[in-house]
Design a protein around this ligand. Structure first.
Ligand code: HEC
Ligand code: HEC
Length: 435
């Protein structure tokens, strides 16, 4: 910036000096005293005008790209200059006046625009959403990370969770315990081992000993690693990793929800982004986007594919439920149903946590001598159990199994509906009505 000013100064001064020199030369050649006086005056005016012009140029050059918005000052200076010159150089007057007027109008308009209260940064940046098929693997992986964890770079953050809800059950990094579900580190290379497991019955789904033989009639089994991943998401009970099945089913049934079905409802494109992240984060080249989408088409029939704006990412929604839903949907959306049996709620048959009959149990928990929480009423106990599950750990269940995310991931309205419902569930009584 300093350079620019120096440059402008020197070049303008040079122009000014040449102009002044010419004027002095013309004056010396005039002999009539009256004419000479006029000429001296005109020279003075000329020099003043040049000075204004020079100011205008300096100001323009130094501020045009800057934030200070002083451009109008240049325009005003030029306007003044042209009018002053028009007054004294009458033969050029008409042209200068017209020019000056135009400058004045321009100055007024730009000044008006500039001095209006400014929204910070001018126009809001238009966030152009990329279409799925125009994305690079890294961009797809970023979308995948948003879907799984709720944001780019959040994969190592404790409790980070996105609309895919996978971290409710899965760990993704080495050393993190996966009691409820397999750790997904190494998945891209593990797929092949799974396919070779005799229990997988590759190519022969009817021989499977699992509750579901095929994702849908005729879909067959996975033929490669990526198809295994797709089948795992679309049909969790087609193959259940040993030791992770629903209790009491002898690993015949998986507790994992089908990811393309409500409430999670990821589209095929979103699923492809999730998978791309799993490859990219391990430094493995992912299969092309279209190929991943095809692997899902093999296991998800047309009618079951979630209908959404399929050409562009919808972005990670931050709340699991906003409270406008009926309570049974809230339980489903937050996956409470995968871990708890909740009387009166269809599909809530989980056994990873206790059966929720809080109308009976909550009061007993508060009276328990080992209770160290702060709840004074059943409603307070239920709320505490949801937003701070470790405040009191129900025996014989282990601590830290229930996710600690619900305080952030459910709206106040959704939490209230849950508390209202659960406090009415009593052991041995008919379940309350779903409101
Ligand atoms: C409610 C708990 C739960 C949620 C939520 C969940 N899973 Fe699972 N998942 C499991 C369990 C349990 C297993 C092991 C049983 C089986 O094979 O189905 C599993 C298995 C898998 C497997 C096969 C793993 C292997 O080692 O072969 C993949 C892949 C997988 N899940 C991916 C996901 C992704 C991606 C998400 C999120 C979009 C997700 N899961 C959400 C519980 C869950
Ligand atoms: C991944 C499994 C899992 C999910 C998902 C889950 N919970 Fe739990 N929950 C547990 C386990 C295990 C316990 C018992 C250990 C403890 O108290 O922390 C528990 C305890 C509770 C308790 C205390 C029960 C009692 O009798 O004192 C309540 C209430 C509860 N959960 C409500 C919910 C609600 C509501 C949701 C959904 C918003 C939910 N849980 C989601 C596993 C889960």
């Amino acid at each position: 910036m300093g350079n620019l000013i120096a440059e402008t100064l020197s070049s303008s001064w040079m122009a000014l000096a040449i102009l002044a020199g010419l004027m002095v030369y013309f004056q010396v050649s005039i002999s009539d005293p009256a004419a000479k006086k006029r000429a001296v005056f005109k020279t003075f005016i000329g020099i003043v005008s040049c000075f204004f012009l020079f100011m205008a140029i300096v100001n323009y050059k130094t501020n045009f790209y800057g934030e200070s918005r002083l451009l109008p000052v240049s325009l005003v200076t030029i306007t003044v200059t042209t009018f002053v010159m028009a007054l004294y150089f009458t033969n050029l007057s008409a042209m200068l006046k017209v020019g000056g007027f135009m400058f004045f109008v321009a100055a007024f308009l730009s000044g008006y625009g500039n001095w209006l209260p400014q929204v910070e940064g001018g126009f809001p940046p238009v966030e152009e959403k990329k279409t799925w098929d125009s994305m690079s693997p890294q961009q797809l992986a970023d979308e995948g990370e948003k879907i799984i964890f709720g944001g780019v770079g959040k994969n190592k953050e404790q409790g980070a969770i996105g609309k895919g809800q996978c971290p409710l059950c899965h760990a993704f990094h080495a050393g993190m315990l996966g009691e409820r579900a397999p750790n997904l580190l190494g998945l891209p290379t593990r797929g092949k081992e799974r396919l070779d497991d005799p229990k997988y019955s590759k190519g022969n789904p009817s021989k499977r000993e699992y509750e579901v033989k095929e994702a849908f009639a005729g879909s067959g089994t996975a033929e490669n690693s990526q198809e295994y991943i797709a089948e795992s998401h679309a049909c969790p009970s087609c193959y259940v990793v040993s030791g992770y099945g629903v209790k009491g089913t002898n690993d015949k049934q998986s507790p994992m929800p089908a990811i393309h079905k409500p409430p999670i409802s990821l589209s095929l494109q979103e699923l492809a982004a999730v998978d791309t992240w799993m490859y990219v984060r391990e430094g493995i080249e992912p299969p092309p986007f279209e190929e991943i989408v095809k692997s899902y088409e093999k296991f998800i029939p047309e009618a079951d594919r979630p209908k959404m704006a399929e050409d562009k990412p919808a972005g990670a929604t931050s709340l699991m439920a906003d409270g406008s839903e009926p309570v049974d949907q809230i339980f489903a959306k937050a996956q409470c149903v995968s871990c708890h049996t909740i009387p009166g709620i269809p599909g809530a048959m989980g056994t990873i946590g206790p059966k929720l009959e809080e109308g009976t149990t909550a009061a007993q928990r508060i009276k328990d001598p080992t209770y160290k929480g702060t709840a004074k009423s059943p409603a307070e106990y239920i709320m505490e159990s949801i937003v701070d599950p470790s405040a009191y750990v129900v025996k014989p269940f282990p601590d830290n199994t229930m996710p600690k995310v619900f305080g952030q991931k459910l709206s106040a309205g959704a939490l209230k509906k849950i508390v209202d419902y659960l406090s009415q569930v009593k052991a041995g009584a008919p379940p309350p009505k779903i409101s």
